[in-house]
Design a binder for this molecule. Sequence first.
Ligand SMILES: Cc1cc2nc3c(=O)[nH]c(=O)nc-3n(C[C@H](O)[C@H](O)[C@H](O)COP(=O)(O)OP(=O)(O)OC[C@H]3O[C@@H](n4cnc5c(N)ncnc54)[C@H](O)[C@@H]3O)c2cc1C
Ligand code: SF4
Ligand code: SF4
Length: 485
Amino acid sequence: MSVLGAEEKWDIPEALVPKGLRKQGSVILTLSHVVRWLAEQLEIKAKTIPHVTVDIFLGFAVHEILYEGDRVIGGRLSNTGVLTEDAIFADYTCFGDKGFISKDLVAKFNLRDTPQLWSVGVKEVWQVQGDYRGQVWHTLGYPVLDGTFSGGFVYGLGNNRLAVGLILGLDSRNPNLNPQQRLQEFKAHPWINSLLAGGHLLKYGAAVIPEGGYYSLPKRFNVEGAVLLGDALGVLDVGSLSGVDKAMETGYIAGGLLHQCLLEQNFSYMNLYQEQVMSSFVGSALYTSRYFREAFLENSRLLEQYLPTVCSHVDRGHPWFGPLQLGLEHPIQRSMELFRAYQLVTGNTTETKPVSYNECHEAIEPEFTAVTVVMAKTSPAFYSRPDAVFYASPKYVEGNQHIVEYSTDTCTACIAKYSALDRATPCVADCTAEVHHINFKGGTGLHGMSLENCIQCRTCEIVCPEVNLRVNPSYEGSGPDFFGL
Ligand SMILES: Cc1cc2nc3c(=O)[nH]c(=O)nc-3n(C[C@H](O)[C@H](O)[C@H](O)COP(=O)(O)OP(=O)(O)OC[C@H]3O[C@@H](n4cnc5c(N)ncnc54)[C@H](O)[C@@H]3O)c2cc1C
Ligand code: SF4
Ligand code: SF4
């Protein structure tokens, strides 16, 4: 784990790295390869078991949840309400969709007292000259020094490939995060630049990450006829940056219970799901990290002042002077603050006071001016946002309309407000692809969307301060190509 200045890197002594971020013994995998392999295994296995049929419908997204009273009875592959033949009815439906439509289930049953906290992760996969397989770097600092909760990562894959990414909290004060451009700045750091030298970009993608954890969990993990899994439930552990193992575990637990239900034709066994998830390693990891995000929300100085100070000393070649300078200024106050942050981040606290988050967009301050970050030297690895879209390979059917803008007038007012401040609206600035744009007609700014560029991360929906967008799942298998990410 390292702290980055604009030019230098400081490797944090191993003893100070939180336990969750020590990845020795872990396996680095490409998730899109894993799920394809798993699907094949499932089909092979199903053939060996009498009376079992497994149908995997690729390229169909569920657009509407079907109910009978308050019982979920399946899903519809369109939301036009016209076609009846595109409904899939089921005794039980599992939602592992990262919220695309399960947010409707959560809203209908008012399942979440505390909203989810979202980050967005932007990631590129590079073919490089060196062999870095098995190496993992997590970074703090450059290029995000505006107080936004953020971190970078570099994972060494097989076949001389590197995954390079940046994660940015969407509960930021900054209305113009521009995650894709921040990732380019991250790659311009001399250390990352040297890893990428002579290589070429293979793939780009983005996805949101649920980081609220323990206190953002729904009150109930299942309703009659349906259950929430993985990121849709919100079991990613921000303390160890791991969601895959937790998502799989929720699937195992739900699968085991559903098997029992089917054998006995009694679906009440699903009521054991919540307790089994919480008493598994998933529940204990979430409990340990329950104040991880709160540590930085409670004390904004940690990211807004202390981190930039340490980074500037990293660049001057004496990283320890950063903590020393902070300590000398107000020794007692700073020591207490840092000790408390350490306790909250590592879970070494007996505190049980619940925390409550606001919706991410509520943190945005239109007037917020980020500190100017001196960018590392420009790098040949720098890609514009339109160019990056090419590497996400989105494909859409003619006339695709998968993002809904609820009110044109709301957008017009929002554009006027941000234009007066000489900055882009959050949807334009924070889009990870090149979708949202403003056209000025007779002095009035109109919001437009190039939907064919969308890589379906849902960032714009989350940061829109007016809650004026809804990103729907794709139609007819359209969207970005995640294979290789
Ligand atoms: C940049 C980045 C780096 C990460 N790094 C790590 C890491 O190193 N280790 C780790 O453990 N975790 C990591 N995570 C988190 C991890 O990827 C997630 O926690 C995990 O993938 C969640 O699994 P899931 O099955 O719940 O959701 P997903 O993996 O998001 O799968 C959801 C699936 O549902 C599909 N879907 C969505 N809507 C619909 C619909 N309406 N109908 C049908 N299908 C639908 C989607 O296409 C997708 O295939 C990272 C995340 C990001 C963004
Ligand atoms: S979509 Fe949201 S952020 Fe974008 S212009 Fe409209 S109101 Fe503003
Ligand atoms: S339009 Fe929204 S969902 Fe699509 S890439 Fe941009 S931010 Fe993501």
